[in-house]
Design a protein around this ligand. Structure first.
Ligand SMILES: C[S@@+](CC[C@H](N)C(=O)[O-])C[C@H]1O[C@@H](n2cnc3c(N)ncnc32)[C@H](O)[C@@H]1O
Ligand code: SF4
Length: 479
Protein backbone atom coordinates (compact mmCIF):
# COMPACT_ATOMS: atom_id res chain seq x y z
CA UNK A 1 0.00 0.00 0.00
CA UNK A 2 1.18 3.50 -0.83
CA UNK A 3 2.43 4.86 2.53
CA UNK A 4 2.11 8.46 1.34
CA UNK A 5 -1.52 7.94 0.39
CA UNK A 6 -2.25 6.29 3.72
CA UNK A 7 -0.50 9.14 5.58
CA UNK A 8 -2.64 11.62 3.66
CA UNK A 9 -5.79 9.64 4.52
CA UNK A 10 -4.85 9.89 8.20
CA UNK A 11 -4.51 13.67 8.03
CA UNK A 12 -7.72 14.50 9.91
CA UNK A 13 -9.15 17.53 11.65
CA UNK A 14 -9.84 16.43 15.26
CA UNK A 15 -12.78 18.84 15.48
CA UNK A 16 -14.77 16.90 12.88
CA UNK A 17 -15.86 13.26 12.76
CA UNK A 18 -13.67 10.71 10.99
CA UNK A 19 -15.19 10.53 7.49
CA UNK A 20 -17.27 7.50 6.56
CA UNK A 21 -14.95 6.38 3.74
CA UNK A 22 -11.86 6.37 5.97
CA UNK A 23 -12.29 2.79 7.14
CA UNK A 24 -12.99 1.60 3.60
CA UNK A 25 -9.94 3.31 2.06
CA UNK A 26 -7.62 2.26 4.92
CA UNK A 27 -8.42 -1.41 4.23
CA UNK A 28 -5.43 -2.89 2.29
CA UNK A 29 -7.80 -4.73 -0.06
CA UNK A 30 -8.95 -1.31 -1.34
CA UNK A 31 -5.47 0.06 -2.00
CA UNK A 32 -6.12 0.53 -5.75
CA UNK A 33 -8.96 2.88 -4.91
CA UNK A 34 -6.90 4.71 -2.29
CA UNK A 35 -4.12 5.26 -4.84
CA UNK A 36 -6.67 6.51 -7.33
CA UNK A 37 -8.26 9.08 -5.01
CA UNK A 38 -4.84 10.20 -3.79
CA UNK A 39 -3.91 11.19 -7.35
CA UNK A 40 -7.23 11.49 -9.13
CA UNK A 41 -7.92 13.12 -12.45
CA UNK A 42 -11.26 14.52 -13.59
CA UNK A 43 -12.40 11.02 -14.36
CA UNK A 44 -16.10 11.21 -14.95
CA UNK A 45 -16.31 13.52 -17.89
CA UNK A 46 -15.39 11.40 -20.85
CA UNK A 47 -15.72 7.69 -21.25
CA UNK A 48 -12.97 6.67 -23.62
CA UNK A 49 -13.29 4.26 -26.49
CA UNK A 50 -11.32 0.99 -26.56
CA UNK A 51 -10.37 0.98 -30.27
CA UNK A 52 -7.31 3.16 -30.84
CA UNK A 53 -6.44 4.76 -34.17
CA UNK A 54 -10.08 4.77 -35.26
CA UNK A 55 -10.36 6.20 -38.81
CA UNK A 56 -11.64 9.78 -38.77
CA UNK A 57 -13.98 9.09 -41.70
CA UNK A 58 -15.65 6.36 -39.66
CA UNK A 59 -15.87 8.68 -36.62
CA UNK A 60 -17.74 11.30 -38.69
CA UNK A 61 -20.03 8.65 -40.13
CA UNK A 62 -20.89 7.34 -36.63
CA UNK A 63 -21.50 10.87 -35.38
CA UNK A 64 -23.69 11.69 -38.38
CA UNK A 65 -25.80 8.57 -37.92
CA UNK A 66 -26.31 8.99 -34.17
CA UNK A 67 -26.90 12.75 -34.37
CA UNK A 68 -29.52 12.05 -37.03
CA UNK A 69 -31.30 9.65 -34.67
CA UNK A 70 -30.98 11.53 -31.37
CA UNK A 71 -33.89 13.57 -30.05
CA UNK A 72 -31.45 16.31 -29.02
CA UNK A 73 -27.70 16.93 -28.80
CA UNK A 74 -25.33 18.93 -26.61
CA UNK A 75 -23.32 21.49 -28.54
CA UNK A 76 -20.53 23.54 -27.06
CA UNK A 77 -17.98 26.12 -28.07
CA UNK A 78 -14.79 26.52 -26.06
CA UNK A 79 -13.17 29.95 -25.74
CA UNK A 80 -9.64 29.51 -24.32
CA UNK A 81 -8.71 33.08 -23.35
CA UNK A 82 -8.01 33.83 -19.66
CA UNK A 83 -6.56 36.89 -17.95
CA UNK A 84 -4.48 34.76 -15.53
CA UNK A 85 -3.65 31.11 -14.94
CA UNK A 86 -5.06 29.52 -11.78
CA UNK A 87 -2.62 27.24 -9.94
CA UNK A 88 -4.87 24.16 -10.13
CA UNK A 89 -5.87 24.55 -13.78
CA UNK A 90 -4.78 22.19 -16.58
CA UNK A 91 -7.20 23.48 -19.19
CA UNK A 92 -5.71 24.68 -22.48
CA UNK A 93 -5.71 28.45 -22.10
CA UNK A 94 -4.39 31.49 -23.94
CA UNK A 95 -3.37 34.02 -21.29
CA UNK A 96 -3.63 37.68 -22.23
CA UNK A 97 -4.27 41.14 -20.90
CA UNK A 98 -7.79 41.81 -22.19
CA UNK A 99 -7.20 45.56 -22.26
CA UNK A 100 -4.02 45.42 -24.38
CA UNK A 101 -4.50 46.56 -27.99
CA UNK A 102 -2.74 43.38 -29.22
CA UNK A 103 -5.34 41.19 -27.47
CA UNK A 104 -8.14 42.44 -29.74
CA UNK A 105 -6.65 40.51 -32.66
CA UNK A 106 -6.44 37.37 -30.49
CA UNK A 107 -10.18 37.60 -29.69
CA UNK A 108 -10.96 38.07 -33.38
CA UNK A 109 -8.78 35.04 -34.23
CA UNK A 110 -10.37 32.86 -31.54
CA UNK A 111 -13.84 33.59 -32.96
CA UNK A 112 -12.68 33.22 -36.58
CA UNK A 113 -11.11 29.83 -35.86
CA UNK A 114 -14.14 28.68 -33.87
CA UNK A 115 -16.43 29.55 -36.77
CA UNK A 116 -14.06 27.88 -39.24
CA UNK A 117 -14.03 24.71 -37.14
CA UNK A 118 -17.83 24.67 -36.74
CA UNK A 119 -18.20 25.14 -40.52
CA UNK A 120 -15.94 22.11 -41.15
CA UNK A 121 -18.02 20.05 -38.71
CA UNK A 122 -21.16 21.00 -40.62
CA UNK A 123 -19.53 19.76 -43.84
CA UNK A 124 -18.28 16.48 -42.36
CA UNK A 125 -21.41 15.75 -40.31
CA UNK A 126 -24.40 17.09 -42.28
CA UNK A 127 -26.94 15.88 -39.67
CA UNK A 128 -25.62 18.62 -37.37
CA UNK A 129 -27.36 21.34 -39.37
CA UNK A 130 -30.84 20.01 -38.55
CA UNK A 131 -30.28 18.32 -35.16
CA UNK A 132 -32.20 19.89 -32.31
CA UNK A 133 -29.70 21.41 -29.89
CA UNK A 134 -30.85 20.69 -26.33
CA UNK A 135 -28.28 22.94 -24.70
CA UNK A 136 -25.67 25.21 -26.20
CA UNK A 137 -22.80 26.05 -23.91
CA UNK A 138 -20.05 28.57 -24.26
CA UNK A 139 -17.38 27.08 -22.01
CA UNK A 140 -13.93 28.35 -21.12
CA UNK A 141 -11.35 29.48 -20.44
CA UNK A 142 -12.98 32.81 -19.84
CA UNK A 143 -15.53 33.54 -22.56
CA UNK A 144 -16.66 36.61 -20.62
CA UNK A 145 -13.45 38.30 -21.82
CA UNK A 146 -14.78 38.32 -25.39
CA UNK A 147 -15.55 41.86 -26.55
CA UNK A 148 -19.22 42.47 -27.30
CA UNK A 149 -18.76 42.61 -31.09
CA UNK A 150 -16.94 39.25 -31.13
CA UNK A 151 -19.54 37.56 -28.93
CA UNK A 152 -22.33 38.88 -31.16
CA UNK A 153 -20.50 37.58 -34.23
CA UNK A 154 -20.04 34.15 -32.67
CA UNK A 155 -23.67 33.89 -31.57
CA UNK A 156 -24.90 35.16 -34.94
CA UNK A 157 -23.03 32.29 -36.61
CA UNK A 158 -24.32 29.56 -34.28
CA UNK A 159 -27.91 30.81 -34.36
CA UNK A 160 -27.98 30.87 -38.13
CA UNK A 161 -26.29 27.49 -38.70
CA UNK A 162 -27.78 25.25 -35.98
CA UNK A 163 -31.30 24.50 -34.76
CA UNK A 164 -31.63 26.49 -31.53
CA UNK A 165 -35.46 26.29 -31.48
CA UNK A 166 -35.44 24.23 -28.28
CA UNK A 167 -31.98 25.14 -27.00
CA UNK A 168 -31.15 26.35 -23.52
CA UNK A 169 -28.23 28.77 -23.72
CA UNK A 170 -25.58 28.66 -20.99
CA UNK A 171 -22.48 30.80 -20.62
CA UNK A 172 -19.39 30.32 -18.49
CA UNK A 173 -17.52 33.30 -17.14
CA UNK A 174 -15.23 34.51 -14.43
CA UNK A 175 -16.54 36.76 -11.65
CA UNK A 176 -14.14 39.67 -12.25
CA UNK A 177 -15.48 40.01 -15.81
CA UNK A 178 -19.18 39.16 -15.37
CA UNK A 179 -20.24 42.71 -14.56
CA UNK A 180 -23.68 44.29 -14.99
CA UNK A 181 -23.32 45.39 -18.64
CA UNK A 182 -21.88 42.01 -19.65
CA UNK A 183 -24.69 40.12 -17.92
CA UNK A 184 -27.25 42.35 -19.67
CA UNK A 185 -25.59 41.56 -23.00
CA UNK A 186 -25.83 37.82 -22.24
CA UNK A 187 -29.50 38.17 -21.39
CA UNK A 188 -30.17 40.09 -24.60
CA UNK A 189 -28.42 37.34 -26.58
CA UNK A 190 -30.77 34.73 -25.10
CA UNK A 191 -28.60 33.17 -22.38
CA UNK A 192 -30.66 32.00 -19.40
CA UNK A 193 -27.96 30.21 -17.43
CA UNK A 194 -24.57 31.46 -16.32
CA UNK A 195 -21.83 29.75 -14.42
CA UNK A 196 -18.48 30.81 -13.02
CA UNK A 197 -15.69 29.63 -10.76
CA UNK A 198 -15.44 31.09 -7.29
CA UNK A 199 -13.51 28.06 -5.93
CA UNK A 200 -14.03 29.47 -2.41
CA UNK A 201 -15.79 32.40 -0.76
CA UNK A 202 -12.66 33.27 1.23
CA UNK A 203 -10.34 35.94 -0.26
CA UNK A 204 -7.25 34.35 1.31
CA UNK A 205 -7.90 31.02 -0.43
CA UNK A 206 -9.03 32.59 -3.70
CA UNK A 207 -5.77 34.49 -3.87
CA UNK A 208 -3.64 31.46 -2.83
CA UNK A 209 -4.87 29.56 -5.89
CA UNK A 210 -3.73 32.40 -8.13
CA UNK A 211 -7.09 33.98 -8.93
CA UNK A 212 -7.48 37.72 -9.31
CA UNK A 213 -10.95 38.44 -8.05
CA UNK A 214 -12.54 38.82 -4.65
CA UNK A 215 -15.31 36.88 -2.91
CA UNK A 216 -17.36 40.08 -2.99
CA UNK A 217 -17.15 40.12 -6.80
CA UNK A 218 -18.68 36.62 -6.82
CA UNK A 219 -21.54 37.82 -4.63
CA UNK A 220 -21.99 40.93 -6.81
CA UNK A 221 -22.19 38.78 -9.97
CA UNK A 222 -24.90 36.60 -8.39
CA UNK A 223 -26.87 39.66 -7.29
CA UNK A 224 -26.55 41.50 -10.62
CA UNK A 225 -27.64 38.37 -12.45
CA UNK A 226 -30.73 38.07 -10.27
CA UNK A 227 -31.52 41.76 -10.55
CA UNK A 228 -31.73 41.50 -14.35
CA UNK A 229 -33.72 38.27 -14.29
CA UNK A 230 -30.94 35.75 -14.97
CA UNK A 231 -32.19 33.37 -12.33
CA UNK A 232 -29.99 30.35 -12.94
CA UNK A 233 -26.47 30.92 -11.67
CA UNK A 234 -24.07 28.06 -11.02
CA UNK A 235 -20.90 28.47 -8.98
CA UNK A 236 -17.85 26.15 -9.05
CA UNK A 237 -16.16 25.42 -5.72
CA UNK A 238 -13.11 23.25 -5.00
CA UNK A 239 -12.11 21.55 -1.77
CA UNK A 240 -8.56 20.43 -0.99
CA UNK A 241 -6.75 23.64 -2.01
CA UNK A 242 -3.76 25.40 -0.47
CA UNK A 243 -4.62 26.91 2.92
CA UNK A 244 -8.10 25.36 3.02
CA UNK A 245 -9.21 23.95 6.37
CA UNK A 246 -12.39 21.96 7.03
CA UNK A 247 -13.75 25.10 8.73
CA UNK A 248 -13.27 27.02 5.47
CA UNK A 249 -15.44 24.57 3.56
CA UNK A 250 -18.04 24.92 6.32
CA UNK A 251 -17.93 28.66 5.65
CA UNK A 252 -18.35 28.05 1.89
CA UNK A 253 -21.39 25.88 2.57
CA UNK A 254 -22.95 28.49 4.87
CA UNK A 255 -22.39 31.07 2.14
CA UNK A 256 -23.91 28.74 -0.50
CA UNK A 257 -27.08 28.44 1.59
CA UNK A 258 -27.16 32.14 2.45
CA UNK A 259 -26.86 33.07 -1.23
CA UNK A 260 -29.45 30.41 -2.09
CA UNK A 261 -27.42 29.42 -5.17
CA UNK A 262 -29.48 27.75 -7.89
CA UNK A 263 -26.69 25.32 -8.65
CA UNK A 264 -23.24 24.52 -7.35
CA UNK A 265 -20.46 22.26 -8.66
CA UNK A 266 -18.15 21.09 -5.90
CA UNK A 267 -15.01 19.23 -6.96
CA UNK A 268 -12.19 17.73 -4.98
CA UNK A 269 -8.83 19.16 -6.08
CA UNK A 270 -7.63 16.94 -8.90
CA UNK A 271 -3.92 16.53 -9.44
CA UNK A 272 -3.30 13.68 -11.88
CA UNK A 273 -2.74 14.48 -15.55
CA UNK A 274 -5.96 14.90 -17.51
CA UNK A 275 -4.49 13.36 -20.63
CA UNK A 276 -4.00 10.00 -18.95
CA UNK A 277 -7.72 9.43 -18.90
CA UNK A 278 -8.75 11.62 -21.84
CA UNK A 279 -11.16 13.74 -19.91
CA UNK A 280 -13.46 16.74 -20.61
CA UNK A 281 -11.23 19.48 -21.92
CA UNK A 282 -7.73 18.09 -22.04
CA UNK A 283 -4.78 20.23 -21.08
CA UNK A 284 -1.40 20.24 -22.75
CA UNK A 285 0.30 21.76 -19.74
CA UNK A 286 0.53 20.71 -16.13
CA UNK A 287 -1.07 22.97 -13.60
CA UNK A 288 1.23 25.15 -11.48
CA UNK A 289 0.58 22.92 -8.46
CA UNK A 290 1.41 19.80 -10.46
CA UNK A 291 4.67 21.29 -11.67
CA UNK A 292 5.81 22.54 -8.29
CA UNK A 293 4.31 19.76 -6.18
CA UNK A 294 2.06 20.47 -3.23
CA UNK A 295 4.44 22.87 -1.51
CA UNK A 296 3.10 24.63 1.57
CA UNK A 297 3.48 28.40 1.62
CA UNK A 298 4.03 30.10 5.00
CA UNK A 299 1.34 28.80 7.33
CA UNK A 300 -0.78 27.62 4.39
CA UNK A 301 -0.80 23.86 3.85
CA UNK A 302 -2.62 21.48 1.53
CA UNK A 303 -5.21 19.42 3.42
CA UNK A 304 -4.66 15.65 3.18
CA UNK A 305 -7.16 13.12 1.92
CA UNK A 306 -8.69 12.59 5.37
CA UNK A 307 -9.52 16.28 5.67
CA UNK A 308 -10.77 16.33 2.07
CA UNK A 309 -13.31 13.65 2.89
CA UNK A 310 -14.29 15.50 6.06
CA UNK A 311 -14.94 18.45 3.73
CA UNK A 312 -16.98 16.31 1.36
CA UNK A 313 -19.11 15.08 4.26
CA UNK A 314 -19.77 18.64 5.35
CA UNK A 315 -20.88 19.47 1.81
CA UNK A 316 -23.34 16.55 1.88
CA UNK A 317 -24.59 17.46 5.35
CA UNK A 318 -25.16 21.14 4.54
CA UNK A 319 -26.68 20.65 1.11
CA UNK A 320 -28.83 17.54 1.64
CA UNK A 321 -31.91 19.40 2.93
CA UNK A 322 -32.14 21.76 -0.06
CA UNK A 323 -30.11 20.27 -2.91
CA UNK A 324 -29.84 16.98 -4.81
CA UNK A 325 -26.55 15.74 -6.21
CA UNK A 326 -27.05 14.72 -9.85
CA UNK A 327 -24.69 13.87 -11.49
CA UNK A 328 -21.73 13.47 -9.14
CA UNK A 329 -20.36 16.85 -7.94
CA UNK A 330 -23.34 18.77 -9.44
CA UNK A 331 -25.82 19.98 -6.81
CA UNK A 332 -29.14 21.46 -7.94
CA UNK A 333 -31.86 23.00 -5.80
CA UNK A 334 -34.58 20.45 -5.15
CA UNK A 335 -37.35 22.52 -6.71
CA UNK A 336 -35.34 23.08 -9.89
CA UNK A 337 -34.23 20.57 -12.52
CA UNK A 338 -30.66 19.21 -12.60
CA UNK A 339 -28.07 20.54 -15.04
CA UNK A 340 -29.61 19.93 -18.49
CA UNK A 341 -26.51 19.33 -20.63
CA UNK A 342 -25.13 16.81 -18.16
CA UNK A 343 -28.43 14.88 -18.25
CA UNK A 344 -28.49 14.91 -22.07
CA UNK A 345 -25.11 13.23 -22.31
CA UNK A 346 -25.01 10.97 -19.25
CA UNK A 347 -28.51 9.80 -18.24
CA UNK A 348 -29.11 6.19 -19.26
CA UNK A 349 -32.27 6.96 -21.23
CA UNK A 350 -30.60 9.71 -23.29
CA UNK A 351 -26.77 9.60 -23.57
CA UNK A 352 -27.06 11.71 -26.70
CA UNK A 353 -24.08 12.82 -28.79
CA UNK A 354 -22.12 15.95 -27.94
CA UNK A 355 -20.07 18.09 -30.25
CA UNK A 356 -17.33 20.37 -28.95
CA UNK A 357 -15.90 23.16 -31.05
CA UNK A 358 -12.65 24.65 -29.80
CA UNK A 359 -9.18 24.03 -28.40
CA UNK A 360 -8.98 20.70 -26.52
CA UNK A 361 -12.71 19.95 -26.90
CA UNK A 362 -14.01 16.39 -26.90
CA UNK A 363 -16.89 15.10 -29.00
CA UNK A 364 -18.58 11.76 -28.74
CA UNK A 365 -21.43 9.44 -29.57
CA UNK A 366 -21.91 5.89 -28.32
CA UNK A 367 -19.78 4.35 -31.13
CA UNK A 368 -16.81 6.72 -31.21
CA UNK A 369 -15.18 9.71 -29.58
CA UNK A 370 -12.45 12.20 -30.44
CA UNK A 371 -10.39 14.87 -28.70
CA UNK A 372 -9.08 18.06 -30.22
CA UNK A 373 -5.52 19.30 -30.33
CA UNK A 374 -4.67 21.21 -27.13
CA UNK A 375 -1.79 23.43 -28.34
CA UNK A 376 -3.10 26.71 -29.74
CA UNK A 377 -0.56 27.02 -32.60
CA UNK A 378 -1.09 23.45 -33.80
CA UNK A 379 -4.86 23.98 -33.49
CA UNK A 380 -4.71 27.07 -35.72
CA UNK A 381 -2.39 25.36 -38.20
CA UNK A 382 -4.80 22.46 -38.69
CA UNK A 383 -7.65 24.86 -39.44
CA UNK A 384 -5.42 26.96 -41.74
CA UNK A 385 -4.80 23.76 -43.69
CA UNK A 386 -8.54 23.09 -43.87
CA UNK A 387 -8.47 20.16 -41.43
CA UNK A 388 -10.53 19.70 -38.29
CA UNK A 389 -8.09 20.03 -35.36
CA UNK A 390 -8.72 16.51 -34.08
CA UNK A 391 -5.81 14.95 -32.25
CA UNK A 392 -7.05 11.40 -31.71
CA UNK A 393 -10.20 9.43 -32.29
CA UNK A 394 -11.22 6.13 -30.77
CA UNK A 395 -13.97 3.70 -31.55
CA UNK A 396 -16.08 1.87 -29.01
CA UNK A 397 -16.62 -1.88 -29.45
CA UNK A 398 -20.15 -3.25 -28.87
CA UNK A 399 -19.14 -4.70 -25.47
CA UNK A 400 -17.67 -1.37 -24.38
CA UNK A 401 -20.69 0.60 -25.53
CA UNK A 402 -22.59 -1.23 -22.84
CA UNK A 403 -19.82 -0.71 -20.28
CA UNK A 404 -19.59 3.01 -21.05
CA UNK A 405 -23.37 3.37 -20.91
CA UNK A 406 -23.41 1.68 -17.51
CA UNK A 407 -20.48 3.71 -16.12
CA UNK A 408 -22.00 6.97 -17.36
CA UNK A 409 -25.30 6.02 -15.79
CA UNK A 410 -23.52 5.34 -12.48
CA UNK A 411 -21.96 8.81 -12.61
CA UNK A 412 -25.43 10.39 -12.63
CA UNK A 413 -26.09 8.87 -9.16
CA UNK A 414 -29.55 7.83 -10.43
CA UNK A 415 -30.18 4.09 -9.82
CA UNK A 416 -29.26 2.20 -13.00
CA UNK A 417 -32.39 0.50 -14.28
CA UNK A 418 -31.99 -2.75 -16.20
CA UNK A 419 -35.28 -2.23 -18.01
CA UNK A 420 -34.01 1.02 -19.51
CA UNK A 421 -30.70 -0.70 -20.26
CA UNK A 422 -32.45 -3.53 -22.10
CA UNK A 423 -34.43 -1.04 -24.18
CA UNK A 424 -31.15 0.59 -25.21
CA UNK A 425 -29.34 -2.66 -26.02
CA UNK A 426 -31.78 -4.89 -27.93
CA UNK A 427 -33.00 -6.77 -24.87
CA UNK A 428 -29.55 -7.40 -23.38
CA UNK A 429 -29.39 -7.01 -19.61
CA UNK A 430 -26.27 -5.51 -18.01
CA UNK A 431 -25.86 -8.89 -16.32
CA UNK A 432 -25.26 -10.35 -19.82
CA UNK A 433 -22.16 -8.18 -20.20
CA UNK A 434 -19.18 -10.01 -18.65
CA UNK A 435 -17.28 -6.83 -17.73
CA UNK A 436 -20.25 -5.18 -16.01
CA UNK A 437 -21.36 -8.35 -14.32
CA UNK A 438 -17.86 -9.05 -12.92
CA UNK A 439 -17.48 -5.44 -11.77
CA UNK A 440 -20.88 -5.59 -10.08
CA UNK A 441 -19.89 -8.67 -8.10
CA UNK A 442 -16.77 -6.88 -6.83
CA UNK A 443 -18.69 -3.71 -6.05
CA UNK A 444 -21.35 -5.60 -4.14
CA UNK A 445 -18.67 -7.43 -2.13
CA UNK A 446 -17.19 -4.05 -1.22
CA UNK A 447 -20.70 -2.71 -0.44
CA UNK A 448 -20.22 0.15 -2.89
CA UNK A 449 -23.43 -0.77 -4.73
CA UNK A 450 -26.68 -2.52 -3.85
CA UNK A 451 -28.52 -4.56 -6.46
CA UNK A 452 -32.21 -4.28 -5.80
CA UNK A 453 -34.31 -6.22 -8.31
CA UNK A 454 -33.79 -4.43 -11.61
CA UNK A 455 -31.86 -1.52 -10.12
CA UNK A 456 -28.25 -0.90 -9.18
CA UNK A 457 -27.83 1.82 -6.61
CA UNK A 458 -24.63 3.26 -5.17
CA UNK A 459 -24.34 3.07 -1.37
CA UNK A 460 -23.23 6.24 0.49
CA UNK A 461 -19.55 5.16 0.18
CA UNK A 462 -20.20 4.39 -3.50
CA UNK A 463 -21.56 7.92 -4.04
CA UNK A 464 -18.51 9.53 -2.42
CA UNK A 465 -16.12 7.32 -4.37
CA UNK A 466 -18.02 7.09 -7.66
CA UNK A 467 -15.17 8.42 -9.81
CA UNK A 468 -12.82 5.82 -8.34
CA UNK A 469 -15.48 3.14 -8.81
CA UNK A 470 -15.83 4.01 -12.50
CA UNK A 471 -12.13 4.39 -13.18
CA UNK A 472 -10.68 1.49 -11.20
CA UNK A 473 -13.29 -1.21 -10.72
CA UNK A 474 -14.33 -1.73 -14.33
CA UNK A 475 -10.73 -1.65 -15.51
CA UNK A 476 -9.87 -4.25 -12.87
CA UNK A 477 -12.79 -6.36 -14.05
CA UNK A 478 -11.46 -6.22 -17.62
CA UNK A 479 -7.91 -7.21 -16.72
C1 LIG B 1 -12.33 25.68 -16.75
S1 LIG B 1 -13.09 26.27 -15.38
C2 LIG B 1 -14.23 27.37 -16.13
C3 LIG B 1 -14.64 28.56 -15.28
C4 LIG B 1 -13.86 29.81 -15.42
N1 LIG B 1 -12.74 29.68 -16.29
C5 LIG B 1 -13.40 30.22 -14.05
O1 LIG B 1 -12.35 29.73 -13.65
O2 LIG B 1 -14.09 31.00 -13.39
C6 LIG B 1 -14.20 25.05 -14.77
C7 LIG B 1 -14.03 24.68 -13.33
O3 LIG B 1 -13.26 23.49 -13.23
C8 LIG B 1 -12.77 23.39 -11.90
N2 LIG B 1 -11.40 22.87 -11.96
C9 LIG B 1 -10.46 23.15 -12.87
N3 LIG B 1 -9.31 22.48 -12.58
C10 LIG B 1 -9.54 21.74 -11.46
C11 LIG B 1 -8.76 20.85 -10.67
N4 LIG B 1 -7.49 20.59 -10.96
N5 LIG B 1 -9.35 20.27 -9.60
C12 LIG B 1 -10.64 20.53 -9.29
N6 LIG B 1 -11.42 21.38 -9.99
C13 LIG B 1 -10.88 21.98 -11.06
C14 LIG B 1 -12.83 24.79 -11.31
O4 LIG B 1 -13.76 24.81 -10.25
C15 LIG B 1 -13.27 25.66 -12.47
O5 LIG B 1 -14.09 26.71 -12.06
S1 SF4 C 1 -9.73 27.94 -13.86
FE1 SF4 C 1 -10.80 29.18 -15.32
S2 SF4 C 1 -9.91 31.26 -15.11
FE2 SF4 C 1 -8.52 29.84 -14.09
S3 SF4 C 1 -6.99 29.41 -15.68
FE3 SF4 C 1 -8.52 27.74 -15.72
S4 SF4 C 1 -9.97 28.35 -17.27
FE4 SF4 C 1 -8.77 30.20 -16.74
Amino acid sequence: MNAQALGSLNDLDPNYPVPRVHEFLADPTNSAMLDYVYNDPFGCHVFPGDIEGYPLGQFFQDMDQEIGQARQIHLWAYIPTCRYRCHFCQYPTVILNPKAASSQQVFTDVVDYNIKEASLWLQKVPALATAQVGEFNIFGGTPSLLPEAELRRLMGFYRSHFDFSAATLRFEGEPGTLNKPYLSLLKELGFTKISFGAQSFDDRIISACGRMHSAQECVDTIEYARAIGLEWVSVDLIYGMLGQAVDDVKYDMEKTLELDLSHVVIAKLHMEEFMKTRTGVSGERQSHWQRKGLINIGDMTFPGLGKQYQMRELVEQYLAPRYNEQPTMYFHRQHQPPEKWKGLITNLDTQYPEVAIGLGGSSKCTRAEAINITGYNAYKQALDEGRLPIDQSRGVSPLHREVNAFKMALSTLIPVDDQVFRQRFDGRSYHDNPIISQALQGLQAKTLVRVDGEQVQLTPNGVTLVEAVINTQFAAAQA
